[in-house]
Design a protein around this ligand. Structure first.
Ligand SMILES: Nc1ncnc2c1ncn2[C@@H]1O[C@H](COP(=O)(O)OP(=O)(O)OP(=O)(O)O)[C@@H](O)[C@H]1O
Length: 330
């Protein structure tokens, strides 16, 4: 493609890489309670920084406060407390400037389904006051980037979910933003569409665009994020690269055991004695171990008979479970 970030002479993160583009200090968001109920605190005093050129993730279950945080960064929802600076400016004072330098991909595709793919890009470009000729050229480049050139003159209603999502991302790039915010970018997409989208986002990151995304998919966070915060109940409970979080909070491997329902209770109690850390889910037991095969041998030696046994690499899902006692997926 024509690299979105190189069209205007920017060459990726460059020598300003690492400069903080988002700085949140004791950031709060409270929603006014309805019908006499008290205020509800959705974001409860969080601190984080996002640096230029990185892909930064907010990972958490539904209701953790991820979208509320994103809306504050996007300057569409005011903070209730603390401070939030984006691109070196205060979101409370300079919302219009910040919005003009951001690309926003909301949770629901808000593209106009009655218009063609190209028309959606042209109209969005005009919102930013760009000259017609510039917008036309940029639309062509973005169609290519989003792998939508062949669909340019079709109405959006004829597109698949994955194509719509790519169009929403292309649209968010019309103003050549320095930061792109993506709220649950691949929710509802099939695996092939997800992978194509990840590939496009990876390309953007390669071009030096700073990405901030929310997700409740741990594989997405592992694939895309250089660094992430884990959110739970409006707070940040951990921060780091996916690899660092896995190393800090869980062991190298996990042995997953499933038992006959009638034997589940007794065998779970017996098996968890074999390791220092185990997590029990309704349908299985997860044993945290540095050597899954050796632990499985110990399980058999104890006379414990699982219906299935699986040794796998520990993941962010295990980190989340360890930190919150709950599974990421509802
Ligand atoms: N406008 C609002 N008014 C009142 N409560 C809200 C509002 N928006 C969000 N909330 C509540 O704030 C909490 C956090 O919501 P938020 O959407 O930020 O979470 P999330 O982590 O993004 O979850 P999801 O993945 O479901 O979007 C939830 O309990 C939600 O019901």
């Amino acid at each position: 493609m024509t690299e979105p970030d190189q069209r205007n002479g920017r060459t990726g993160a460059g020598d300003r890489a690492g400069e903080p583009l988002v700085e949140a200090r004791a950031l709060r968001k409270a929603y006014r309670g309805k019908g006499g109920r008290g205020d509800f605190t959705a974001v409860d005093g969080i601190d984080f920084e996002v640096r230029r050129g990185e892909a930064f993730g907010l990972l958490g279950a539904n209701g953790a406060g991820k979208s509320s945080t994103m809306r504050m960064i996007a300057c569409v929802s005011p903070a209730s407390g603390g401070s939030l600076r984006v691109l070196g400016r205060d979101t409370a004072a300079d919302g219009a400037y910040i919005r003009s330098r951001l690309g926003v991909v909301p949770q629901d595709d808000s593209v106009d389904t009655e218009l063609t793919v190209r028309e959606n890009l042209l109209i969005h470009g005009r919102y930013f006051g760009l000259p017609r000729k510039v917008v036309r050229g940029r639309a062509d480049e973005l169609l290519e980037f989003a792998r939508l050139t062949e669909k340019a003159d079709e109405r959006v209603e004829a597109l698949s979910g994955g194509m719509r999502r790519r169009l929403t991302i292309a649209r968010a790039l019309v103003n050549e933003p320095e930061i792109v915010l993506l709220d649950e970018p691949t929710t509802g997409l099939d695996p092939q569409a997800r992978h194509l989208l990840w590939e496009r986002l990876f390309q953007l990151r390669q071009n030096g665009v700073t990405l901030i995304l929310t997700t409740h998919y741990m594989d997405e966070a592992e694939q895309l994020c250089d660094r992430l915060v884990v959110m739970d109940g409006g707070r940040i409970v951990a921060e780091g690269s996916p690899a660092a979080l896995i190393e800090r909070y869980v062991t190298r491997e996990v042995l997953e055991l499933r038992f006959e329902p009638a034997e589940h209770r007794a065998l779970v109690d017996k098996a968890r004695e074999l390791v220092d850390r185990a997590e029990e889910l309704p349908d299985r037991l997860l044993l945290h171990t540095d050597d899954g095969e050796a632990t499985l041998a110990a399980v058999h030696a104890r006379g414990i008979t699982p219906v299935t046994a699986l040794v796998r690499r520990a993941s962010l899902e295990d980190v989340f479970l360890t930190l919150t006692g709950r599974s990421l997926v509802d």
